[in-house]
Design a protein around this ligand. Structure first.
Ligand code: FAD
Ligand code: NDP
Length: 433
């Protein structure tokens, strides 16, 4: 049993949706392209799951947030795929690949062949069990990666209004889910191992601002500590969490956001044909055209480790939606128009929205830190200066043109001769450049 396509996108998330749009713009013929996805719905904008989807009133729902609405592009509904002759093979997990035969094998044993393959398998949420903590399959413990997780979390939240939750992890999921829980009238305690929120991106001063904002909304913080076990009632529901130092926190539900692993599994190790894809930084290594060590195979989005020109072609795996959108479109361009497609010149861009706050970050957070602006009135920023040049910039509460200005100074690596002057000028510096 088998099917054959010219182009196969493996994975049906953000990158898959943007790749499909680009294929369509480049006039892929009906029947030539398919998307294989373990999920049961057409590609959607995953960031909505921790924001509008969790709102207690008028939540966002599908088909509203199918890709590519997040980049103000067309909304690709299942009907759109049908009209374009792009086959959606949903609810289907690929278990292995034979790179020599250019074939993928599904869990049901079907073989799907390709001339060109784009791997867009994204990532999976790390489970507590991987850190030696057992019991996270309890019905009131939630992870958040896909729409099935989000539906589950909505149900658990609805049963906990006016009650309490423990959020494990102080990263993106931790921060965004805590905001959603509070909006759903649930009292939250956040537990994480670092000294402050978003330890990998925020400085202590930035984190202090967000932590105070959260505290004003009733959120409690337990820092420098980790969960070691759960207490359960006779039905198996979690009733309390126990931390490394013995602290016991009674709770009605738990949300876990402790990081992700790229979904490389169909390509790990030698495949049946004896071929292997190069891996790096926990993902699939690609060149500036998103091409893997097998010239017929491309990788994009969270699973891809690619050279960032701005950082001297350092290989990075970026777990953010803008990177998924742009690497996906670039791979399709490299496949369909190889002579016109150079190496991707990508400016790393991350953002988040919690409560009434909203921030954007561009570049890299290395070097000397320069804070600026008004930390009391939610309008501040940070520059990172490395070897006399701006390499990263963050802004909370900016307008569109402010974000464009900070993006530009990072992209052009603006020269800084006087750090004190930069601090004084703050955002103004970006507009002077
Ligand atoms: P994904 O969107 O994860 O898609 C991967 C797809 O591959 C899935 O459909 C999966 O089921 C499928 N798949 C995997 N393995 C197989 C297999 N073997 N066979 C078949 N199918 C398979 N980023 C931001 O920049 N800003 C945000 O505000 C933001 N919010 C987020 C909120 C949440 C709740 C989450 C989970 C992520 C958020 N992100 C955000 C990150 C962003 O969503 C990801 O970077 C982006 O989704 C990556 O796109 P992708 O296509 O590479 O992977
Ligand atoms: P993050 O990597 O952002 O954060 C994980 C957090 O969990 C860190 O605080 C980490 O600490 C902590 N942690 C790690 N191990 C443990 C443990 N055993 N016990 C308790 N805490 C632990 O991952 P998330 O899970 O928050 O997010 C998952 C993915 O979703 C990421 O790719 C993220 O980019 C994406 N996402 C992005 C959003 C955005 O861009 N706005 C929004 C939501 C999700 P430490 O740093 O010390 O390891």
């Amino acid at each position: 049993m088998g099917r054959a396509f010219v182009y196969v996108i493996l994975g049906g998330g953000v990158a898959a949706g943007y790749a499909a749009l680009e294929f369509s713009r480049r006039h892929v013929a009906p029947g030539e392209l398919c998307i294989i996805s373990e999920e049961s719905v057409a590609p959607y904008e995953r960031p909505a799951l921790s924001k509008g989807y969790l709102l207690p009133e008028n939540p966002t729902s599908l088909p509203q947030f199918h890709t590519c609405v997040g980049a103000n592009e067309e909304r690709l509904t299942p009907k759109w795929y049908g009209e374009k002759g792009i086959e959606l093979i949903l609810g289907t997990r690929v278990k292995s690949a034979d790179l020599k035969k250019k074939a993928l094998v599904t869990m049901a044993g079907e073989t799907i062949t390709y001339k060109y393959l784009i791997i867009a398998t994204g990532a999976r949420a790390l489970k507590l069990e991987e850190f030696g903590v057992w019991g996270s399959e309890a019905e009131n413990v939630c992870y958040l990666r896909d729409i099935a997780d989000a539906d589950r979390m909505v149900k658990v939240m609805q049963s906990c209004a006016g009650k309490s939750a423990v959020v494990i992890g102080g990263g993106y999921i931790g921060m965004e889910c805590t905001a959603a829980l509070v909006t759903n009238k649930i009292k939250v305690t956040m537990v994480f191992p670092e000294k402050h929120l978003m330890g990998r991106l925020f400085t202590a001063k930035m984190a202090e601002f967000y932590e105070n904002y959260y505290k004003e909304r009733g959120v409690k913080f337990v820092k420098g500590n980790v969960l070691t076990s759960f207490e359960n009632d006779p039905s198996g529901k979690v009733t309390a969490v126990i931390l490394r130092d013995g602290t016991r926190i009674p709770t009605d539900m738990v949300v876990v956001g402790i990081g992700i692993r790229a979904n490389t599994s169909p390509f790990d190790g030698l495949d049946k044909g004896g071929a292997k894809l190069a891996l790096e930084k926990g993902g699939i290594k690609v060149n500036g055209k998103m091409q893997t060590s097998d010239s017929s195979v491309y990788a994009v989005g969270d699973v891809a480790a690619f050279p960032v020109k701005l950082f001297g072609n350092d290989i990075r795996r970026l777990e953010h939606v803008d990177s998924a959108r742009k690497t996906a479109r670039h791979a399709v361009s490299a496949i369909m128009a190889p002579d016109e497609t150079g190496d991707l010149d990508y400016l790393p861009f991350f953002y988040s929205r919690v409560f009434a706050l909203s921030w954007q970050f561009y570049g890299d957070n290395v070097g000397e830190v320069v804070h600026f602006g008004d930390f009391l009135n939610s309008r501040f920023g940070v520059y990172w200066v490395n070897e006399g040049h701006i390499i990263g910039a963050f802004l909370e509460g900016g307008a569109k043109e402010d974000y464009e200005a900070i993006a530009k100074v990072v992209k052009t690596r603006s020269k800084v001769s006087d750090v004190g002057e930069l601090e004084k000028l703050g955002l103004e510096f970006a507009f002077r450049e």
